[in-house]
Design a protein around this ligand. Structure first.
Ligand SMILES: C[S@@+](CC[C@H](N)C(=O)[O-])C[C@H]1O[C@@H](n2cnc3c(N)ncnc32)[C@H](O)[C@@H]1O
Length: 256
């Protein structure tokens, strides 16, 4: 896995000797902080990157990605941080020999430094397999401040929306986001929402319900079952099989 070898493990190596774990978790606001320096970004990946990778990989396996083979897709990574969800998706597609035509990746993130790291990681992951046709668009904004102009999109493409550990962040309005999506993304949209299971998970259901009230939803997947996978455990300073709590909602909607 290129994400694990090229992004996660190097950050673990850089950070594994930290002493005061509670103070680091506090600085990162348990992963929810808007990060403003490279050290914090490395720490974020070292602490959470493995968990996010496994949650996302499991979610992607429940989406019918082979359907996208040779089709035009747009990836939109909301509150992308360092673009981990996009990187894991590209890794997943390459590992499974699925070749959509990725027209664009839109990275949305309020921290400029974090967004630039996300841009560089995404470029690194796209490599020669996808890079010739793909534009990476950076949108340096809070979700509440976005307008349809920031999100120009083609009605004919399949839109893959990644909401990795962001719908449960109570810093933006789900109603506003829902309205923005209706105004911006005509056609076929797949929404993939993953979060931990110990926060305001009701927001993932609220978000799903906003769409289901006015549209028929297809291929819904939900999971609240934890997964058990190897990640670096800072207390023992080694890789261990740990419980990874997850709350996942996915669905497809054809916006007209
Ligand atoms: C828990 S992290 C998730 C990051 C990334 N999606 C991932 O899975 O690694 C939350 C991210 O949301 C961003 N964020 C916080 N408030 C936001 C808002 N109102 N709009 C957009 N992004 C926000 C933070 O800067 C941070 O990068």
């Amino acid at each position: 896995m290129r994400f694990i070898d090229d992004i996660y493990k190097p950050c673990v190596e850089k950070c594994k000797n930290i002493q005061n774990i509670p103070s680091v978790l506090n600085i990162l606001d348990n992963g929810k902080a808007v990060l403003d320096d490279d050290r914090k970004c490395d720490l974020y990946i070292a602490f959470y990157g493995g968990h996010h990778f496994h949650k996302l990989y499991a979610a992607f396996a429940s989406t019918n990605f082979p359907y996208t083979e040779s089709k035009d897709i747009e990836i939109i990574d909301w509150g992308c941080g360092q673009g981990l969800a996009t990187c894991v998706l590209i890794d997943y597609l390459i590992e499974n020999s699925i070749n959509p035509n990725i027209i664009s990746v839109t990275l949305i993130e309020p921290s400029c430094l974090t967004l630039n790291r996300g841009y560089n990681f995404t470029r690194q992951m796209l490599q020669s397999t996808f890079s010739s046709t793909c534009t990476i668009r950076k949108v340096n904004k809070y979700i509440d401040d976005l307008t349809a102009n920031d999100l120009a999109s083609d009605m004919e493409t399949i839109k893959v929306h990644l909401f990795s550990n962001i719908i449960d962040v109570e810093a933006f309005s789900l109603n506003k986001l829902h309205r923005l999506m209706l105004a911006s993304f005509q056609g076929y949209n797949r929404l993939i929402c993953t979060s931990p299971d110990n926060g305001p998970t009701y927001r993932l259901d609220d978000f799903y319900n906003l769409f289901s009230q006015s549209y028929q939803l297809f291929y819904s997947v939900s999971s609240e079952r934890p997964i058990y996978q190897k990640v670096f455990y800072f207390k023992s300073k080694q890789y261990e099989t740990r419980r990874i709590g997850r709350y996942e909602r996915q669905f497809t909607v054809n916006l007209t």
